[in-house]
Design a protein around this ligand. Structure first.
Ligand code: AMP
Ligand code: MG
Length: 356
């Protein structure tokens, strides 16, 4: 796809999607084009999953490495059948509990799924999004839609139409703007082809929720900070979610974290750097006196980690807008959605963790 392509911008009401606009976007998809659209997790960049050439345009627009497979999005249980060789026993249970929603199931693929979608693997990742615009788009186009996050590869995932335009204007056929994504982190990727269902990427559906339904759930050890292991989800090995400034995570007891961050703000500013602090509602006030950071972003509340997930990627992108050189982020407990938040933060920090 050549640069300078005219990108159609469609603003659609997320509660009651205007059908004429959905039809316009669906038509682009059925003709082999690429369309960015909102989902409840983050914005996706979609194309007909059964059309190799259409899918190749996604990779080109994002600059995505060819060995990183795409998730296929469906709007009904029936759509899954043709995409898989067979359904493992636990698949139906999980689909009934968590679909539509932020859970991607890794399943044995059928022959109709092109190699480019699965990066040559014999499995395919499938998810049914809950966002009304995503669902309408899939239903009206009558297609399974392959869609990774709608960002330039390596950048923080987009959670607003504006983020998508910033990365992909001129590179995709259309951007559907349906307001901010609510969950804010990507789907949980769960491998159902291993003996014990295994989380390959933590996301919107938590380990605890899965354990309640499945009993036994494993987490790919490669994503728990053991860097010498090779993650089973190819995408997890890449540098990711990186704003232009360098991110540092400050870990430890909260009161010590605040003290440490304040002293780092001072040190870094003395070196002439512009410094941002990613704080929480509970701690924000402690950064409101000298040494004052150049930018203070209150991501959410520790009492409601979902608010932190929801604002995380926008916070990282805001630091870019403010031309920040160093981003000092508090850490949160790796429970519930906190596991996904910390996974994204650790990757954005390329594992630069400072102990307070
Ligand atoms: P994104 O669509 O940008 O959220 O990335 C999708 C994530 O799911 C990446 O980390 C992929 O590596 C992973 N993924 C997609 N399909 C598969 C598959 N068949 N097996 C393992 N991981 C997958
Ligand atoms: Mg992505």
């Amino acid at each position: 796809m050549s640069l300078g392509k005219r990108t159609k911008y469609l603003k659609i009401n997320p509660r009651v999607p205007e059908i004429n606009k959905i039809r316009m976007a669906a038509k682009i998809l059925t003709r082999g084009g690429v369309v960015a659209f909102p989902t409840e997790t983050v914005y996706g960049l979609g194309a007909n999953a059964l059309d190799r050439r259409a899918v190749s345009r996604i990779f080109r627009a994002k600059g995505r490495p060819a060995d990183n497979p795409l998730i296929v999005h469906v709007a009904s249980f029936r759509d899954v059948k043709e995409l898989v060789a067979y359904l493992p026993p636990k698949a139906n249970l999980l689909m009934r509990y968590f679909w539509p929603g932020p859970l991607t199931l890794i399943l044995p693929r059928s022959d109709i799924v092109p190699d480019i979608v699965t990066a040559g693997l014999d499995t395919v990742g499938i998810r049914m999004p809950s966002h009304p615009i995503a669902r309408a788009l899939i239903r009206v186009s009558h297609l399974p839609i392959a869609a990774p996050s709608a960002n330039i590869s390596g950048r923080p995932s987009p959670t607003t139409g504006h983020h998508v335009l910033k990365d992909l204007r001129g590179k995709v056929d259309a951007v559907v703007d349906g307001g901010p994504s609510v969950v804010g982190v990507e789907s949980t990727v769960l491998d159902l082809t291993s003996p014990v269902p295994t989380i390959l990427r933590p996301g919107g559906i938590t380990y605890e929720e899965l354990k309640k339904i499945l009993g036994d759930v494993a987490i790919d050890p490669a994503i728990l900070g053991q860097e010498n292991l090779r993650p089973k989800a190819p995408g997890m090995k890449y540098k990711h979610y990186a704003p232009k400034g360098e991110v540092f995570l400050i870990a430890g007891e909260l009161s010590k974290v605040v003290v440490k961050i304040r002293s780092l703000v001072k040190n870094l500013q003395e070196k002439g750097l512009r410094v941002a602090v990613l704080a929480t509602e509970e701690t924000a006030n402690f950064y409101n006196s000298e040494p004052r950071p150049d930018y203070l972003e209150v991501i959410g509340s520790r009492r409601s980690p979902a608010t932190i997930a929801s604002n995380l990627f926008a916070a990282l992108r805001n630091c870019d807008r403010k031309h920040i050189d160093a981003i000092l982020a508090e850490t949160i407990p790796e429970e519930g959605i906190g596991l996904a938040v910390m996974n994204r933060l650790r990757k954005s920090a390329a594992n630069r963790i400072i102990k307070a």
